[in-house]
Structures are given as C-alpha cells and as structure tokens.
Ligand binder design. Structure first.
Ligand code: UGA
Length: 436
C-alpha cells in the first residue's frame, strides 16, 4: 500500500514510520521546511525511544520519505492520513479543527483515483461528516472515502503501542475503504490484535471516551490519596487491592500530581463541551477536569507544608519537569503549575530533567536555575521534590543527596521511594497518599 501522512508531529511521525516498518511505502508531509530537512538528516523533532532507529531503517530501505510537497504524495497514495494538530481553541475549550479542514481541502484537490482519507488526529464526533463536506466542496468529482481511525499511542511507548495495540478502531461504512484499512493493518491481524470496525461517529467517540475514562481513573485514585492521607491509609495498597479485581484493572491507578500532557487535558475539555452542546452534559468528566486542575496547585501547598508552610526565600530543587518520563513534552505538565505557585509564594527554584530542559525553558519563567544532574540540583536546596518518575531518579545515592541538601526534606509526588527507608536515612519525607 502507498500511504501519505499529513503532519509529522508526534502521531504522524510515529504512525508513518511504523506503517513503513510494516512494509508499506510512506511519504510523510509537513509544511515546516526545517522539520522536513531535519528529518531527512535523521534528526527527530521529538524525543521518543527507538524512533530515530526506526526512521533510519525505513528511509534506508526506501519505504519512508519526507517532503513538503503534498500534491504528488497524495496523488500516488491509496490512503492519506490526516495527523495534524487539534489544539484547544482559545476561550471555549473546543478542538480547533482549522488545520484538519485545510489539510482535507488540499488532499481533495490532489487525490487521484480511489483514495481513503483517514482522520488520525483526535477529532470531535461528527468531524468526519464535516471533512466529507469540505472535500465535496473542494473537489466534487474526487473518489474519496473518509474514515476515522483514532490513535491510542502513549508518548514514550508509542512504537510498542502501534505495533502491539490492545485494539485498532476503524470507523467507516464504506466497503472499499474497509478493505484498504484491513490491508494497511494486516500485520496486526497476524499478531491477533483485535480490529474493531464500526461507524465513523462511534469511532470518533471511542477515542474521547477512552481518554476521559483513563483521566477519571487517575483522578479517582488521586482523590482517594488525599483521603488516605487524612485517615491514615495507604493509597498504593488500596490501588492494588482494587486493581486485582479484573473488572477494575490495575493500570492507571498511580496517585500523583494530576494528569498532564497533550491529550488528557485537551480531550476531556473537548468532550465536556461536545456533551454540553449535545444536551447531555457529562457531569463526571466536568468534575474530573476541575479536580485535576485544582490538584496541580495543591501540590505546591503540599511542598510548602513540608517546609512548615513558608517557602519564602527558600530554594526548592525539582527533579523531573516533563508531564511524564521518556518524553521531552512539557505540555500541561504539572511542573508548570507547581513552579508558578511556588514562585508566587516567594521560593527560588532549581531544576533537573533528563530530556526536557530545553523544552521546559519555553514553558517556565526565566528565574529557574537549570542544573546538570540530580546531585547538582540538590546542592544547597531546602527541599528536593520528585515531580516526574524518570527511571534515573529511582536509584539516587540518597546519602549523597542528604549531604548536598541544606535540609533533609524530600517530597516524592510519584511515590517512588519507601517511607520507612527514607525515615531510616534521616529524611523528612512526604509522598502521596501514604502514611509516614
Ligand atoms: C494518553 C493515552 O494513554 C493514550 O492511549 C492516547 O493515545 C494519548 O493520550 C492520546 O490521546 O494521544 P499520553 O498522554 O502519552 O497518552 O500519556 P499517559 O501515559 O496516558 O499519561 C497521561 C498523564 O496521566 C501523565 O501526566 C501521567 O503522569 C498521568 N498518569 C498516568 C497518572 O498520574 N497516573 C497513572 O496511573 C497513569
């Protein structure tokens, strides 16, 4: 199959490289000349484990190429994926679809022969219908079927998620399109990954429902963590105790500083708006959004409490800035709210992140001091805060950390250390939802 992938952001690049690895011929298209030039030199615009090798291997085998020229890429393609951004629209929280529609117009004019146009970007219910209208207006004679095929990739594990998915969802009622999609994903059929064919609107909603459900699960355990702190229970054991029930499942029950990233915050908000406008508000999701927002700043209060409530003039060392490990993505990272709240309270901040510091500089105020290692970060600080659970922070030399810190205070927002061990080492140690 010949594939054109429009948009070489996170989703487009990973999906394009993986389809090429399946043996298809893929052209990744982006308007950004510099990005395309970098990709041709095997410089990735994002940090994703394994991606540079995957891209290099498939470029070498002539299955993967990069271009700014959409027209020939689309003309030759059996399937064209729209993988452009759908950011939150300023003001109302709706997904901004202008990039999706612009891409659809260009694709319509460039397509030749039967072409399947697939929306991979996360788009609200009914967007497929609108894309179909846009295409019909731009090129009334084009032979195009519009399909929904949402992605469920996690940053940091995206290649594995693409190649061994829990499921693939395809929304279409067009038989020819269904055959093209089945052929594209054939290697997964061989791996026995379930492919769910459904109608387009249902497929679009499945994506939002999945993210909203996961966000709800996290928020539920986060609120329980607060309760655990107040009644002297252990949230990790509560999570294990409920997670062993197969109906609940063990995953996404790690209490922490609140969910962030480019997906959950944006998608929960967009689903909330869609539901309100459809006259069936999702009150549960509305509450999840509110609770999660409040949680990020509550974490700054927790840090202040570990220093007797006053951080004015104190130096706080933050370990981990990205919204989760194995990415350099800072979008909606809890660290952003935490940093602002601590600075407002008069604290000084030192920070270290294994991959995210360049990105972090775009999101955080200039007053932050960036350091070259966890140890340099800890030097002279009044408290050390673990914000993101990078592997490298799990086996710190805590004796050395204690010597470097001004005060032996650790606030572990990801529960990566054991309270009893920290007490033995002489730390004043706070974590999330666990007794001291
Ligand atoms: C999420 C979904 O997991 C993917 O299936 C989906 O494709 C993607 O959004 C998307 O819509 O594109 P991602 O944002 O990469 O993927 O990250 P997750 O691993 O889901 O983590 C999201 C946030 O939840 C992070 O801030 C993480 O720290 C937090 N989290 C996750 C918790 O606080 N506790 C948990 O138990 C799990």
């Amino acid at each position: 199959m010949r594939v054109a992938m429009i948009g070489t952001g996170y989703v487009g690049l990973v999906s394009g490289a993986c389809f090429a690895d399946f043996g298809h011929t893929v052209v990744c298209v982006d308007k950004d000349e510099r990005k395309i030039q970098s990709l041709r030199n095997n410089i990735m615009p994002i940090y994703e484990p394994g991606l540079d090798d995957l891209v290099a291997r498939n470029v070498k085998a002539s299955r993967l190429s990069f271009t700014t020229d959409l027209t020939p890429a689309v003309a030759e393609a059996d399937a064209v994926f729209i993988a452009v951004g759908t950011p939150s629209r300023r003001g109302d929280g709706h997904a901004d679809l202008s990039y999706v529609f612009a891409a659809a117009r260009e694709i319509a004019r460039a397509s030749q022969g039967f072409t399947v146009v697939v929306t991979k970007s996360t788009v609200p219910v009914g967007t497929g219908d609108e894309v179909e209208i846009v295409i019909g207006e731009a090129a009334p004679d084009a032979d195009i079927a519009v399909v929904s095929n949402p992605e469920f990739l996690r940053e940091g594990a995206a290649i594995e998620d693409f190649k061994r998915p829990d499921r693939v969802v395809v929304g279409t009622d067009n038989d020819r399109a269904r055959k093209v999609m089945a052929e594209l994903y054939r290697p997964l059929f061989l791996n026995a990954s379930p492919i769910l064919f459904t109608d387009r609107r249902t497929s679009e909603l499945i994506k939002y429902a999945a993210n909203a459900f996961l966000a709800t699960k996290i928020t539920f355990i986060n609120e329980l963590a607060d309760l655990c702190e107040n009644v002297g229970a252990n949230v990790q054991e509560v999570a294990r105790g409920i997670g062993l029930d197969k109906r609940i499942g063990a995953k996404f029950l790690h209490a922490g500083p609140g969910y962030g990233g480019s997906c959950f915050p944006k998608d929960t908000l967009a689903l909330m708006r869609t539901a309100q406008e459809a006259g069936s508000p999702l009150r549960l999701v509305e509450t999840v959004v509110g609770v999660n927002d409040a949680r990020k700043t509550a974490m700054a209060r927790k840090i202040a409490t570990s220093l007797d409530g006053d951080v004015r003039g104190r130096t706080i060392a933050l370990l981990g800035l990205t919204f989760k490990p194995n990415t350099d993505d800072m979008r909606e990272a809890p660290a952003i709210s935490i940093v602002h709240a601590l600075l407002d309270k008069g604290a000084r901040i030192r920070a270290y992140d294994p991959e995210g510091m360049e990105e972090a500089k775009k999101y955080l105020p200039d007053s932050i001091v960036y350091t070259g290692s966890p140890y340099e970060c800890a030097e002279g600080a009044d408290a050390l805060v673990i914000v993101t659970e990078w592997e490298a922070f799990r086996a710190l030399d805590l004796v050395r950390i204690k010597e470097l810190l001004n005060k032996p205070v650790i606030v572990d927002l990801r529960n990566i250390y054991r309270p009893a061990e920290m007490a033995t080492l002489g730390f004043s140690y706070e974590s999330v939802g666990r007794p001291l």
